[in-house]
Design a protein around this ligand. Structure first.
Ligand SMILES: [Zn+2]
Length: 422
C-alpha cells in the first residue's frame, strides 16, 4: 500500500483542486472554413464551454429576471431579524453539528448581523448569554478554541473578540479577556517569515492567520513591534501578477478572502503604500460583473454575496485611504437586495439557487452597509493605527449602522472597545 502511494505521489504533480485534461482544438484555415464560418465559430465557442461557463449562463439568466423587478429594492430587516433571533430561542438543526468547532463564528455572524441592522436588536439578555458561553470555552479569558476542550485557534479567538466587542461590556466581560495570555500565545504562533500559525504546532499559516492575529492585537492594544516584525514583508509578497493577493507569498492564486485579509492587515500596519495599489484596484473592479452586478472572489468564478464584504470591504479600505472608488456600490446593492433576498425565506443567500445561511447573512448585511456610505480618514490623525479615525458618511438612505471596513464591526462599537484597552 505504502509503495503504491509513494509511486502515485511521485508521478502526480502537486496540484490543488480538480485536474482537467487540456482540450486541443485545431483551428481550420480561412479557406477550409469559408463555407458556414459563423456556424463553425459558434461550434468552436460551444466546445470551450465548461461547467463554470454553463453555470454562469444560468445564473445570469436568473439574476436578470430578479434585477428587472422594481418592487424588491429594500432590505427586509424585520424578516432577517427573525432569522437571526431564532438560534437564541431554538436549538440549531442537527445538520449544523459539523459546525461544532465554528461555534465562535456563529456567535459573531448572528450577533453582528443583528447589531448591524439595529443596535438595540442585540438584546442585553443575549449579550449576557454570549459572554457566558465564551468564558465557558476558556474560563481563564483566552486564547480561545472552537469549543470546550479544543486547542486555541486564531480564527476562534478572532471571532470571540469580535463577538465580545458588540456586547457593551455586560458583566464587565471586556475586563475578563486575558490580554497577557493572548499576547504570549500570539507570539508563540509567530514565524520568522512574518506569518502566524493558526494553531500552535499543527496550524497552517497564510494571510488569514495574519489578519486574525493583527486584528485581535490591534483591538486589544497589543500591537507591538516584536509581534509585527516581518509581517508587512510576508504580505506584500502575497500580491500576485493579477493584482489581488494569494494566501502565501510568491504567485499564489489571487482570492477575495486572502486579499481582504492582506489589505486590512496592511491598513492596520500603515503599509498600503508598499503594494501595487493600481493593480489591486483594477483587480477589485474586475471582480464586479456587468450582468449580475455582484462581486466574485476569483477570476472566472461566479458572483457570491460574501464577496460584497471581502472584496467590497477591500474597496472601502482603499477608498478610505484615498485611492478612489473601484466598485459600483449602487449596482452591488441591487445585486444583494434583488438577487440574494427571498420572499419565502428570511436571511441572505449567496446567489440565486442557494439557501440563506448565517455566514452569508452577516457578510451580505456588511456589504449593504458598505454601499450606503463613503469612507475617508480623519487627516488630523496621523498615527498608523486608524481604528478611531474613520469618517463614514451616508451616501444613500442608510438603513444600517455604519461599519468599519477593516474590522467588519459597527464602527461605534469598535471605537468603544478599542478605547477601553487603549
Ligand atoms: Zn460565499
Amino acid at each position: 500500500m505504502s509503495s503504491q502511494l509513494s509511486s502515485f505521489q511521485n508521478s502526480t504533480p502537486k496540484l490543488l483542486g480538480r485536474k482537467r485534461s487540456p482540450t486541443e482544438r485545431i483551428v481550420p484555415s480561412e479557406e477550409e472554413s469559408s463555407s458556414g464560418s459563423e456556424e463553425s465559430v459558434v461550434a468552436m465557442v460551444k466546445e470551450m464551454d465548461t461547467e463554470t461557463t454553463e453555470a454562469r449562463d444560468k445564473l445570469i439568466y436568473e439574476c436578470r429576471l430578479l434585477l428587472e423587478r422594481d418592487e424588491s429594492n429594500t432590505l427586509n430587516k424585520e424578516f432577517h431579524r427573525r432569522y437571526l433571533d431564532s438560534p437564541f430561542s431554538h436549538p440549531l438543526p442537527p445538520g449544523m453539528v459539523a459546525l461544532d468547532a465554528s461555534a465562535p463564528w456563529l456567535l459573531y455572524w448572528i450577533a453582528n448581523g443583528l447589531r448591524t441592522m439595529n443596535q438595540s436588536w442585540l438584546k442585553t439578555e443575549t449579550q449576557y448569554r454570549i459572554q457566558e458561553k465564551v468564558f465557558r470555552v476558556n474560563p481563564h479569558g483566552g486564547p480561545f478554541g472552537g469549543g470546550l476542550g479544543q486547542l486555541p485557534h486564531l480564527a476562534g479567538t478572532y471571532a470571540i473578540v469580535n463577538a465580545l466587542a458588540i456586547c457593551d461590556n455586560v458583566e464587565g466581560c471586556w475586563d475578563k479577556i486575558n490580554r497577557t495570555s493572548i499576547y504570549d500565545w500570539l507570539l508563540s504562533l509567530k514565524r520568522e517569515d512574518g506569518g502566524f500559525q493558526t494553531c500552535l504546532g499543527v496550524g497552517e499559516y497564510d494571510t488569514r492567520g495574519i489578519y486574525c492575529a493583527i486584528s485581535i492585537a490591534s483591538m486589544l492594544g497589543l500591537l507591538t513591534q516584536e509581534l509585527c516584525e516581518n509581517v508587512v514583508e510576508f504580505l506584500i509578497h502575497c500580491q500576485n501578477y493579477e493584482g489581488g493577493f494569494g494566501g502565501v507569498p510568491h504567485e499564489d492564486e489571487a482570492h477575495g478572502g486572502y486579499t481582504f485579509c492582506a489589505v486590512a492587515s496592511l491598513a492596520i500596519l500603515g503599509a498600503l503604500d508598499r503594494i501595487d495599489v493600481e493593480k489591486l484596484t483594477d483587480w477589485c473592479s474586475q471582480r464586479q460583473y456587468n450582468d449580475e452586478k455582484g462581486l466574485s472572489g476569483r477570476s472566472n468564478k461566479l458572483v457570491d454575496v460574501c464577496y460584497s464584504f471581502w472584496v467590497g470591504g477591500t474597496a472601502a479600505i482603499l477608498e478610505a485611504y484615498g485611492y478612489g472608488n473601484c466598485i459600483n456600490k449602487a449596482e452591488l446593492k441591487e445585486y444583494i437586495l434583488k438577487c440574494c433576498q427571498m420572499e419565502t425565506r428570511p436571511g441572505i443567500r449567496d446567489k440565486p439557487g442557494t439557501r440563506p445561511d448565517f455566514y452569508h447573512t452577516n457578510y451580505g448585511l456588511l456589504g449593504v452597509a458598505i454601499t450606503e456610505n463613503s469612507f475617508q480618514l480623519d487627516p488630523r490623525v496621523s498615527n498608523s493605527l486608524k481604528i478611531d479615525s474613520f469618517i463614514i458618511n451616508p451616501i444613500d438612505n442608510s438603513v444600517l449602522e455604519p461599519i468599519n471596513p477593516v474590522y467588519g464591526l459597527p464602527s461605534s462599537d469598535l471605537e468603544k472597545f478599542y478605547k477601553h484597552f487603549k
